[in-house]
Design a protein around this ligand. Structure first.
Ligand SMILES: Nc1ncnc2c1ncn2[C@@H]1O[C@H](COP(=O)(O)OP(=O)(O)OP(=O)(O)O)[C@@H](O)[C@H]1O
Ligand SMILES: [Mg+2]
Length: 226
């Protein structure tokens, strides 16, 4: 495996069973890599297989065939307990619909992720630092419902990076945002790559965000076209 690649995948096939018919191939033998310390955009139309692929890379699902190497280690054959620990400590996730805990304020939502990752030292400082990175330190004590959609998504990003994951997976994080907030999030991702040295993989079907990253993978009908 190339040391500059945090992830490499080889011939990933994902077949979903379909009742009374042949299985549906959502991924048809995908090989690709994610460069370390860069912002990669995974682009493709609705139904092209982006979520299916990001779920394999983030150890949320297993391929029917093929291998996924993360930091030099093949992860599809690891037991679920090891995959779960890997997700909690080395990976961060942001999804299309923001899922902050409604009873916790912005600060507490971010701190909760740090507790889950088992971090004990300097929690307060790190939580504040991350809220500052996303430009929301002044909203720290706001409850989720007292924040705009874009602000909530930024809290979710702070929460996803607070434990210093190796990689942040973001599946359509801008889909529910207006075009201005979507650009703010894309700019924030570029900042995080620079300031935190994190690797980011973001999926989008928004062509205006296609050039937001420094590496582009394009999927069409379960195959890499670029
Ligand atoms: N659990 C499943 N069972 C059967 N088919 C599935 C399942 N999950 C996804 N698919 C199919 O696999 C294909 C790829 O789905 P996927 O969710 O990866 O697309 P996507 O590129 O993320 O689309 P979008 O931009 O709409 O989120 C779709 O045709 C979908 O219907
Ligand atoms: Mg999707």
């Amino acid at each position: 495996m190339n040391q500059n690649h945090i992830i490499e995948i080889e011939n990933i096939v994902k077949a979903f069973p379909v009742e009374g018919s042949e299985p549906f191939l959502a991924l048809k033998g995908v090989s690709a890599y994610i460069p370390r310390g860069e912002f990669t955009v995974l682009k493709g139309r609705s139904g092209s297989g982006k979520t299916t692929l990001i779920n394999m890379l983030g150890a949320l699902d297993k391929p029917s065939e093929g291998k996924v190497f993360f930091d030099g280690q093949e992860i599809t054959s690891l037991p679920e307990s090891a995959r779960e620990k890997m997700r909690r400590t080395k990976m961060g996730f942001v999804f299309q619909s923001v899922s902050l805990i409604p009873m916790l304020n912005a600060y507490e939502n971010v701190e909760f992720a740090l507790r889950l990752a088992g971090v004990k030292d300097n929690r307060t400082e790190r939580v504040k630092e991350c809220l500052r990175l996303v430009g929301l330190e002044k909203r720290m004590n706001h409850m989720p419902q007292e924040l705009s959609g874009g602000e909530q998504q930024r809290v979710a990003i702070a929460r996803a990076i607070v434990h210093k994951p190796r990689i942040l997976f973001a599946d359509e994080p801008t889909a529910e945002l207006d075009s201005h907030s979507a650009k703010v999030v894309a700019g924030l991702f570029r900042d995080l790559v620079e300031k935190e040295g994190i690797t980011i993989l973001m999926t989008t079907h928004d062509s205006s965000l296609m050039n937001a990253g420094s590496h582009l993978i394009e999927l069409a009908d379960g195959e890499v076209v670029k």
